[in-house]
Design a protein around this ligand. Sequence first.
Ligand SMILES: *Cc1c(COP(=O)(O)O)cnc(C)c1O
Length: 826
Amino acid sequence: MNPFPDSILNDLMAGDPETAISLEHLQRNFAANLLYLQGKLPTTATPQELYQALAYTIRQLLMPSWVKTTQTDAQNHVKQVCYFSAEYSLGCHLANHLINLNIWEPIQQCLETFNLNLQELIDQEIEPSLGYGNVAQLPVNELDSLSTLNLPAIAYGIHYEFGSFDQEIRNGWQVEKIDKWLRYGNPWEIERPEATVNVKLGGHTEAYYDDQGRYRVRWIGHRCIKGVPYDTPISGYQSQRINTLRLWKAEPIVSLNYQDFNIGDYYGTVLEKPFVELLTKVLYPHDELIQEKQLRLEQQFFLVSCSLQDMIRNHLATGESLDTFYRRYAVQLHDTPSAIAIAELMRLFIDEYALDWEQAWSITRQTFTYLNPTLSPEVQGKWAIGLLGSLLPRHLEIIYEINNRFLIKVRSQYPGDFTKLARLSLIDETGERYVRMAHLACVGSYAINGISLWQTERLKQSIIPDFYELTPEKFRAISSGITPRRWLVLANPRLTELITYKIGNSWIKNLADLHRLEAEMDQVEFRLAWRNIKQENKRQLANYIEQNCGIMVNPDSIFDIQIERIQEYKRQHLNVFKIIALYNQIRKNPDLDYVPQTFIFGGKTAPGYVMGKLMIKLIHAVGQVVNSDPIIGDRLKVVFIPNVTPTLSERIYPAADVSEHLAMAGKKSAGIAILKPAFNGALTMGIVDGASEELRNAVGAENFFDFGLSLPETEALKAKGYNPWSYYHTNESLRESIDQIASGYFSQGDPNLFKTLIDALLYHDEYMIFADYQSYLDCQDQVSKTYRNWEKWTQMSILNVARLGRFSSDEIVQTYCQTIWNINPV
Ligand SMILES: *Cc1c(COP(=O)(O)O)cnc(C)c1O
C-alpha cells in the first residue's frame, strides 16, 4: 500500500529539526515556494506573494508534526475535546507560528539574504476575522494552550467567506466594508474534499417499521447541502502537538443539474448554487437577537451536523462501537445556540445508527459540556417552534421527547409545583412557543460552566437557577484566561525580553513564575528599563496614530485606552463625558499644571445598532473640537483608531498606561478584554465587578483604580428608582457637558445630531451612567496624580504583571481537562 520508499518518508517526517531551519534549507524552500506555487521570482513578486511564499515555508515546518498528531490520536484512540463554536477570532497565523516554533531569528536571517523585511511580510497577512469580541477570542486562547500542553483537541467552526466587516470611518461615522479575507487565497488552510459530509434541511418525517420490525422514523429533507472541511493547524508553544481547526463550507451537492439543464431550465440549475452557498457566506453581525433568525439557525445546525458526522465517522473507523463515543470525545458547546447538537446527535444515533433511545441518550449526555456566557436570562437563545419545525422537523420531535422524559423526572421531584415545571420546560409556552436552547443544553450535558468565576455564580443565582437547584453537581466554576504567547510574547517583544532577562523564560509556559518580578522591583534600573519600554511602545503607537488618524499625540502623555465593542452597556459615552469635563476644566484654568492625557478608543459596533453608531460619532465629534483647540494644545487628545482587530490590538495594548472598563456592574461577563492590556503592564481603571474583581483581588486593591457603584448598590439604586435629572441638577460639570452636546457645541451648531443619545441618558438610561459620573471623575484625578510619580506608577505596573500568573489560559484548559473533560496530555 505504501508506494513511498521508507527512507524518503522517514526523512520527510522525522527530518532533523536543525536542518529544517538551517539557512540553506529555508532559503531554498522560500524560493521554491515562490517559484513552484506562485510562478514568481523574488524580483517580480508582490509583497503579498512573498508573504505567501513565507507562509508556505512555515507550513512545511508544521506539516510533519501535524500529520503525526492526527495519526497518533487516531491510532491510540485518544480522547479529544471538540469545540463547537460559530465564531473564532483567530488573529494572524504567521507571527504566532514564528513565536511558537521559536524560529523568529532564522526566518529573519533568511529573508535578509533576499533583502526582505520580516515585519513587512507579516503585515501582509489578511487576518481571518471569523468572530467578534471576547466569546470568539476565548476558544482561540484556549486552543493555543491545549496545543502547548500536548492536550488533544479539535475545534469545529464555519468557513465564512466574509468575516467580520471592516470598519471604515467617514466623517466620524462607522461605515461597514465587506471583509474579503480570502481574496488572495489562504495558505494556512487545506481543503479536505474527501471528508465531505451531507446535511439536510427542511422537509418532513416519516414513520416506518424496519426489517427487524422496529418502529423507526426517517427524515426526508427538502434541501441537501454538502459540508466541505478546511483544516488549519493550531501550533502550541514549543510543543510537538499540532491540533486542528476544522471549518465547514457549504456547497451545493451538484452545481449543475443536467436534467433541468436539458429541459431548458438553465437559470434554475445555476441559481441553486448561490442559494446554498449563502449558508456560509457571511458571519452574522453580532448583537442581533437570535430569535427568528433563520439563517443563524441554519448555520448553527450546519456546523454541528457536519462536525458530529465527522466525529462518528472517525470513531467508527477505529473499529470501536458507538457505545464508547463519549470516551473518545468531550464536546464543548461554546455558547447556547450550538445546543441543537444534542438533538442532532440523538437523531444520528437513533435514526441513522439504530440505537435505542436509552442508549443514545446515555451516550449523548456523557458527551456534551456546556459553556453559557450570558448575563441576562432574556438573551438566552430561543428558536420559535414554527421555525425549528419547518427547518428541522425531526429535531423538534426529538426535543419534545427529551422534554417529556425530563418533565416526568421534574414532576416526581417537585410534585404539584406547576410553575416550576413551566419554568424548567424546554418549551417556553408563555406567548408564542419557543424552544429554550439553554434548557436543552442544561439537560443534555454533564457539566455546565460560565465564562468567569463570577459569571458562573450569576448562572447559579439568576440566569438558570432552577437548573442549579435541580442538578448542582453539574455546575463548575472556571475563571477566564488568555495566552501569554500571543498577548505578551508576540505583542510586546521588548517587555518579553526584559522579563526574560530578569527571571529566565520559564514564565512563558508557566505564567505563575512571573511572581519572581516582585523581587526585582526595588531596583531602580529595572524600573527605568520597564518605563523606557513603555515609552518606546507609546512612541511607536503615536506614529501609527499619526499615519492612520492624522492626529499628533504626545508620547509623554498618559495613554488611556478603551478597546472593546461599542455598546451602550460598556458606556464609552461615560468616558466621553469625562473628556468633556477635562476639556472644560483646562479651558477655564489654562495655567494650571495638568498631566497631559491621550484617550484612545477602538471597537466596532453592529451595522444596525443606531446608538452604537451615534456613540462612535460622538467620540469623533468631541475629538474634533478638543484636538483642534489651541488652548488645550497637547494636554488632551482624543483618538478613535478605526478597524481594531485582534492583530491591531496587539499593537495598542503594549502602549497602554491605563485601560478602562466602564460597563455597569453586573453587565460584563468575561475577563479577556481586561486581561489583554493588563498583561502589557497597563493599570486598570474600572468598575469592580466580576472579571475586574478577580483581577483586582489578584493584583491588590492598591494597584488598581476602582470607582462607581458595586453590583448591590446598582441593584439598590435601580430598585429605588434611578433619576438622571437629580444628577443633572446637582452636578455642575455634568450639566455643562450635557448642555454643550445638546446645544450643538460639538456638532457645528446642530442640536439634533446627538438628541437621541442625550434623551436616552436623561429619560430612560438602564445603564445609569450619571450615577457613576462623579466617582469616575474623582478616580481619573487619582490616576493623574499617581502618574506624576513615575517610580510609583512603574512599581504598580510591574506588580500588575507579576501577579497575573493565574490568568493564563494554560491554567484554564488544565482545569477543564482534569475536572470536566477527563483528557490527558499525549
Ligand atoms: C479583546 C478585544 C475585544 C473585547 O471584546 P468585547 O467582547 O468587546 O469585550 C474587542 N475587539 C477586539 C479587536 C479585541 O481584541
